[in-house]
Design a protein around this ligand. Structure first.
Ligand code: SAM
Ligand code: SF4
Length: 328
């Protein structure tokens, strides 16, 4: 599949729930109201859409949320999607998780064909972790990370850069990832949802965030490319692959290969836009033919780029969805 800017689209992110056991301060407000359960797609609907998207050229699927592992019986969906990995129609099935439930799910993930996962962890300091996630328990997450490693999953740690909060933690995080053989990806905080206070105050460009690391270690750009938007560096002394995801300070929309399906069946063609197509309704009224037709429409409507830079400073411009709706 190609969009009208000739970008190849082969990556689908599916948010399987907007609910979460954490309330990370940059992601959603503490008093979040979630989608009513009767509006959500069931696993049959999600699997049907995944099947059509794969038929048209999707090669990678990432499950996200909210916290994907809090959705009841999520193993049923993961096993079902894993069959596409087994029969070679899908190159990769993966997920992004806060890690808190990996203790229970890591073996199931590996058995279902998942080989790599992203785990979000912004700090190794228990106090800061509790303050950032509001409800998170660092010990549970570290247990989950250990379980994932023991199950044979390749782990990438996602760390959101937060000015004045985890700036001091970059070296400890890099050393932790190096010790365990994990990749580390740093993410600039994005202006999603217009009800999150102190957004602009928390922003720090990654070129500044990595300064403490640069002053201690030799960091060189490398050619490595993943299916996501990170550009990569090698931290020589730590033998660490470091990814920088810089939606604000260095735009990467020219290479965007992604579509994003929410748990209520809306397909967003760009994280930074409210433009969407309702695929749940399409299944209900038109079946597979309607789904196929709307997918072509989605390719035409995919925006050229996001405008996070303007949205960061002007709340009126920012997209209304919080990050837990679309996931990352
Ligand atoms: N709950 C899972 C987790 O935390 O990994 C999956 C969903 S979470 C929304 C996906 C990723 O988005 C996480 O790595 C999280 O840190 C990141 N994220 C959430 N809100 C963000 C924001 N406003 N800017 C940048 N990244 C954000
Ligand atoms: Fe939950 Fe992930 Fe959002 Fe944190 S970033 S509140 S863990 S969905």
């Amino acid at each position: 599949m190609f969009d009208r800017f000739d970008r190849k689209i082969d990556y689908l992110r599916i948010s399987v729930t907007d609910r979460c056991n954490f309330r990370c301060q940059y992601c959603m407000p503490e008093n979040s109201i979630f989608m009513p359960k009767d509006k959500l797609m069931d696993y049959t609907e999600i699997a049907l859409l995944a099947d059509r998207f794969i038929h048209h050229g999707i090669k990678k699927i990432r499950l996200t949320g909210g916290e994907p592992l809090v959705r009841r019986d999520i193993a049923l969906l993961i096993k079902q999607l894993g069959k596409y990995v087994e029969n070679g129609k899908l190159e990769e099935l993966t997920l992004t998780t806060n890690g808190s439930l990996l203790d229970q799910h890591s073996d199931m993930l590996y058995a279902s064909g998942v080989r790599r996962i992203n785990i979000s962890l912004d700090t190794l300091d228990a106090g800061k972790f509790a303050a950032i996630t509001k409800r998170g328990d660092l010990k549970l997450v570290l247990n989950g990370i250990k379980a994932a490693k023991n199950a044979g999953l390749q782990v990438k740690i996602n760390m959101v850069a937060l000015k004045g909060q985890n700036e001091d933690d970059i070296i400890a995080m890099a050393q932790f990832c190096s010790l365990h053989g994990f990749d580390l990806s740093l993410i600039e905080t994005m202006p999603l949802g217009n009800d999150i206070a102190e957004r602009a105050d928390n922003f720090i460009a990654l070129k500044d965030f990595i300064k403490p690391l640069q002053s201690q270690y030799n960091i060189q750009p490398i050619d490595y490319k993943s299916s996501g938007p990170a550009h990569y560096f090698w931290v020589k002394e730590l033998k660490l692959r470091l990814g920088l995801i810089t939606p604000l300070s260095r735009n990467f929309c020219d290479d965007c290969n992604r579509l994003r399906l929410t748990t209520d069946g809306k397909l967003f063609m760009c994280l930074g836009s409210d433009l969407h197509i309702d695929f749940k309704q399409a299944i209900e009224i038109g079946g597979i033919e309607k789904v196929d037709m709307l997918l072509q429409k989605a390719l035409i409507l995919k925006p050229k780029r996001h405008y996070f830079e303007d949205q960061m400073t002007d709340n009126n411009l920012s997209v209304t969805r919080n990050m837990n709706v679309t996931g990352g």
